[in-house]
Design a protein around this ligand. Structure first.
Ligand SMILES: Nc1ncnc2c1ncn2[C@@H]1O[C@H](COP(=O)(O)OP(=O)(O)OP(=O)(O)O)[C@@H](O)[C@H]1O
Ligand SMILES: [Mg+2]
Length: 270
């Protein structure tokens, strides 16, 4: 075994790294990662967001920068990548470096090497929180990244359905695995209820109730927040803007309260 295999990547200016993960695809990881990043940036923190989803990078579209490419340069004799900045967030996506279709033929070791290189070769500057949007599941890419990064903790995103919870449990267990031992900062339950415009006081729990709470209890962590199923959340992502640019204050509050909680938790540990 190569002793370097478990050496952590050094990113000297980066104070905290938080991974957003889930077992199941499509539960809202990227939505949570992107909006938490912007919410923290709006509070004055220096934020970076890394899209580590090789098979379906979505951060470039959510930030409306799909046609941009980060610039490169040389620093201290080493080639570096400069992140793109938008909404106060330094952004890098693995999607910038793979042409369409190419991701599918990347073998896993190559894919994780590419990702590690992305972390190592980017000139991050000073960063209070680096948020990493993970691909779904518990495969080799996730494991390698967890081993290589000095993580502050993980946030697990799930929807309330039993299938999603059971996959989220597997993702959570990957972090708490004794060898990795990454703290789970909390659970975010997404698409929890729906409120029709004509009945603003009603909440329809379309996918069941209590799953996020149960999972949090199981892993002795907190339920950081519950996000309703709201059309605007999907719409802003498709338009390359954020929930902070739409008028519904309750949507903004649901993400702000999660980011405040995260900051409370992490500050305690600094
Ligand atoms: N609370 C919500 N209300 C309405 N739409 C939502 C909500 N959360 C996410 N969505 C939409 O659901 C879709 C999936 O969300 P997202 O891409 O964030 O999930 P993901 O877990 O990152 O998916 P993947 O596993 O493919 O990376 C997107 O179109 C997104 O805009
Ligand atoms: Mg995603």
């Amino acid at each position: 075994m190569n002793p370097k295999a478990f050496e952590k990547i050094e990113m000297p200016g980066v104070k905290n790294i938080i991974v957003v993960a889930s077992g199941k695809g499509g539960v809202g990881k990227s939505t949570v990662a992107a909006n938490l990043a912007v919410s923290l940036a709006r509070q004055g923190f220096k934020i970076a967001l890394v899209d580590a989803d090789l098979y379906g990078p979505s951060i470039p579209m959510m930030f409306g920068i799909q046609n941009e490419r980060p610039s490169g340069g040389t620093k201290d004799g080493k080639e570096v990548i400069y992140p793109i900045e938008k909404f106060g967030v330094k952004l890098v996506s693995i999607g910038f470096f793979i042409s369409p279709g190419q991701s599918l033929i990347w073998r896993v070791p190559m894919a994780s090497n590419g990702l590690i290189q992305l972390f190592r070769d980017t000139d991050w500057g000073e960063v209070d929180y680096m948020i990493v949007d993970f691909p779904p599941g518990t495969g080799d890419i996730q494991l390698t990244t967890i081993q290589k990064l000095d993580l502050t903790g993980a946030i697990i995103v799930t929807t309330p359905q039993e299938v999603a919870i059971s996959d989220a449990r597997k993702a959570a267990a990957m972090f708490t695995n004794l060898d990795l031992n990454v703290p789970i900062l909390g659970i975010v339950e997404n698409m929890v209820w729906f409120t029709p415009t004509k009945h603003p006081d009603e909440k329809y729990f379309l996918f069941g109730k209590g799953g996020g709470e149960k999972l949090a209890h199981e892993f002795r962590t907190r339920l950081l927040g519950q996000i309703p199923l709201v059309m605007e959340i999907g719409e802003v992502s498709d338009k390359g803007t954020t929930i902070f640019n739409q008028p519904d204050k309750t949507i903004i509050d649901s993400f702000d309260s999660i980011s405040h909680l995260i900051n409370e938790i992490v500050q305690v540990k600094i």
